[in-house]
Design a protein around this ligand. Structure first.
Ligand code: ASP
Length: 596
């Protein structure tokens, strides 16, 4: 039906006859001549309907309106100088139309497909097929394809095989709530949609498949945020006979390949940082290293202090730390009070601010500081005249990290501390490997130890005997990749020894019976010659969002769910009728919808 794509025509095509198909992007009438911009996936080209070229086509163009779907036959002509449009890739040419076929008319769309303004998101999602016609969404979808295609080419070349794992399965181990699917043939039983293919990919290693990957949907019934969706896509991979360095090496080369193919950027080597270092310097385990303002420890400066809050925190085995906001010593009282409130809402008991001025320190607690402490504070914080030091003290060092880590990111945003860089600049992409995570974290609410990664994560040999005595000191063989403050991937070298796996499960308080019931198939597989293995699972939606410069993953997912896990397009989730429920041996306890 067509000979060319709209966006591909260039001056070199002048004189040739073409047939184009697409949508009317815009239409203008000018001196008895009708101009349209015709759009397809590749871009726009101007089409001219003039009575001098074809009376019939010109007359037919009368009825054209935005978003009509049409076919145009015509000849390509170079535009006269002065009418060249440098903002359009095809701006040097236009198509003189000889014939027009209207495939379908269009009603006035609920929002402008050619506009750039903000459109309410629910409306966009309800008419997603129109939203996807818009340039930036089309670009995001094409970028997503480019990235996934580059990933597949990379893994193919490295000898990985792509194999699917089941969607209807048992609850899997990532620790979130499951989406369940009732079984019709087994009354009262449910499948769970996979939170990840974790156990299956480990079984592939036991089966000798050696190197596996899959671009796969995963499901987690969690509270949603900008970087989370109930269903999301992972690049899941696993390899045998490897240690940490091998997985890091393949994964890093994969990211470099993808960035080169999809964005044309030659990435620098990724920085490697232990979890401990990341917490000390940035307060978080996904550090944004595009700007400084690192956390500084003030424990030595205030070791002998009489200032009450600092004294109490240090005596409790806690920490006193600060970040320094350059050039803001003159911040007004209202803004400072707001910062204190913000720190409190993040969990701090309070926030001590100290402005470094020519006259000395400006701070509500200055009178409690000794001269040595004043001098030490400025020196250790690396502050200069005009800077604002923000100090948090707490008996629990975790609180200090959490509050200063969050403030550091928010202040950088608010005060524009993150340098604007072109996507082509390698400095725009701060990839960091985080390693040496603790294996366990204590769950206060439940009074038990939980895995920071998942229960199949390997244990660093030298720390394995703490499993029974002091779980908090066990170090895991897990690693994360972070990019510009986002977690992009988690992975680990796994346990492949059955006895070791059972020790870990028992440290988690999982009884033998429960372990057998939930993961017995994996434990049994370990009886038959399991190789050392490990892998990782980068989140595709986050990768594409960052590569596209979007701050929300919904912008790079064709049909995402809203913040409340609904789909305005299809109306999912939706009630089903009683007959269907009955077949599935279910009865709803939800209140009936109001009659109308
Ligand atoms: N299954 C893990 C996850 O989804 C990733 C991995 O350990 O490979 O986070």
């Amino acid at each position: 039906m067509r000979t060319h794509r709209c966006g591909e025509l260039t001056a070199a095509d002048a004189g040739s006859s073409v047939t184009l198909c697409g949508w009317v992007h815009t239409r203008r009438d000018h001196g008895g001549v009708t101009f349209i911009d015709l759009r397809d996936r590749s871009g726009l080209v101007q089409v001219v309907f003039s009575p001098e070229i074809s009376l019939a086509a010109h007359a037919a163009a009368e009825e054209l309106r935005g978003e009509f779907c049409v076919q145009v036959q015509g000849s390509v002509a170079a535009r006269r100088s002065g009418t060249v449009n440098p903002r359009l890739a095809t701006g040097e040419v236009e198509v003189a139309a000889h014939e027009l076929t209207v495939f379908s008319r269009a009603e006035t769309p609920p929002f402008q497909v050619d506009g750039h303004g903000e459109i309410e998101e629910t409306l966009r999602l309800r008419y997603r097929y129109l939203d996807l016609r818009r340039e930036h969404m089309r670009d995001n979808m094409l970028l997503r394809h480019k990235i996934i295609s580059a990933i597949r080419r990379f893994f193919d070349a490295e000898g990985f095989v792509e194999i699917e794992t089941p969607m209807l399965t048992r609850s899997t181990p990532e620790g979130a709530r499951d989406y369940l699917v009732p079984s019709r043939v087994h009354p009262g039983d449910f499948y769970a949609l996979p939170q990840s293919p974790q156990l299956f990919k480990q079984l592939f290693m036991v089966s000798g498949l050696d190197r596996y990957y899959q671009i796969v949907k995963c499901f987690r019934d969690e509270d949603l945020r900008a970087d989370r969706q109930p269903e999301f896509t992972q690049l899941d991979m696993e390899m045998s006979f490897v240690d940490i360095a091998d997985v890091l090496d393949v994964t890093e080369r994969m990211f470099k390949f993808v960035w080169r193919e999809a964005l044309g950027v030659a990435l620098d080597d990724f920085v490697r940082m232990t979890y401990g270092e990341s917490m000390e310097r940035f307060g978080v385990d996904k550090p944004d290293t595009r700007f400084g303002m690192e956390l500084t420890d003030l424990g030595d400066v205030f070791a002998g202090t009489e200032a009450r809050v600092f004294r109490a925190a240090l005596d409790d085995g806690g920490a006193v730390k600060c970040v320094t906001l350059a050039g803001r010593a003159d911040m007004g009282r209202k803004d400072l009070d707001a910062l204190v409130d913000e720190a409190k809402s993040l969990g701090a008991g309070g926030l001590v601010w100290a402005g470094v001025t020519a006259e000395g320190i400006r701070s509500p607690v200055d009178k409690f500081f000794s001269d040595d402490e004043r001098a030490g504070l400025v020196k250790v914080a690396g502050a200069e005249e005009g800077d604002l030091i923000l100090i948090v003290a707490d008996g629990d060092p975790g609180v200090v990290y959490k509050v200063l880590g969050a403030l550091r990111n928010r202040l950088a945003d608010r005060h524009g501390l993150i340098p604007e860089r072109a996507k082509s600049d390698p400095e725009a992409w701060k990839f960091v490997w985080i390693t040496d995570f603790p294996w366990f974290e204590y769950n206060e609410a439940e009074g038990r130890w939980d895995p920071i990664h998942h229960p199949f994560t390997g244990v660093v040999e030298a720390t394995k005997d703490y499993l029974e005595t002091d779980p908090g000191r066990v170090v895991s063989k897990a690693y994360d990749i972070t990019l510009n403050g986002w977690e992009l991937a988690s992975g680990s070298i796994r346990i492949h020894d059955r006895v070791m796996q059972e020790r870990v499960l028992s440290a988690l308080g999982i009884s033998d019976e429960e372990a057998q019931a939930r993961f017995g198939f994996l434990l049994n597989a370990f009886r038959y010659g399991a190789p050392p293995h490990g892998g990782i699972a980068p989140g595709i939606d986050r990768i594409v969002a960052l590569a596209a410069g979007e701050s929300n993953i919904r912008e790079v997912i064709a049909f995402p769910k809203t913040q409340s896990a609904t789909d305005p397009l299809t109306g999912a989730p939706a009630p089903v009728d009683d007959a269907q429920l009955k077949l599935l041996h279910l009865r709803s306890t939800a209140p009936a919808p109001p009659e109308n």
